[in-house]
Design a protein around this ligand. Sequence first.
Ligand SMILES: [Zn+2]
Length: 253
Amino acid sequence: MGLPIPISIITMNNTHTSGTGAAAARAREIAAKHVCNVPGCNGPTVGFRKMCGHHQDMLKRRGHPQATLSSPKDWALERAQVLDLFERNQDHPGILSGVSFINGLFLQHQAGTAKPAVDAEVNRLAAAGVQAITVLAEVAAVALYISRKAVRLPTVAAENHLISQAVLKLAKRPRNKSPSALRTCSRGYPTRPSVAALNQVGGQIRNTLSGLLATIAVAVGDQAEAEAKRQQALYAAHRAPFNLAGPVGPAAP
Ligand SMILES: [Zn+2]
């Protein structure tokens, strides 16, 4: 007598629609329970995954199945504010230290780490001539954007993912030619880092720079407040009442 085959393996693809016997009915019953674990989604899971195809795809692209779509255009305002601040504070010790941290990160990945796919991505940035200060400004802009719109991303890991994706988008990624090239390069490792690896890189950058990022957020806030006050003063000046009595002329004869 052989070992009983677990029914979860039989119903792996969850599309057990045919069959009239008791076993098929039981398989359908179990498959019906295997729904996507994203709240509110009733899609069928795919293979051994815990999510439906759509949410699995979103997890891969955005770092979280429920993260909304963001593009570098979304934090254009924050980027402009951060660059303006950097322009005025070129000798700020925090900015200098942040730049040397990013340069160190470039060197570290150039030497090679345990994650070759991440190395390939970071080296692509360095090869395209992306400066450390540009990377730092982008990280600060995304961090500011996240802090302003906290509801857009459901977890810290998803935020870290957005930071690393934003940094890696600073240099154009070469378009892969074939579906197989999408999965592995000639040396056999994946050309795209895993979601976990990207989260880790984003988290590392964010944690190291946390003090600087908080200071930048405060400074940008203060700058915005000063600008608002200036606007208000201008408005008040424009609304100052005119003297309606007119200039005092020569007395009428
Ligand atoms: Zn789903």
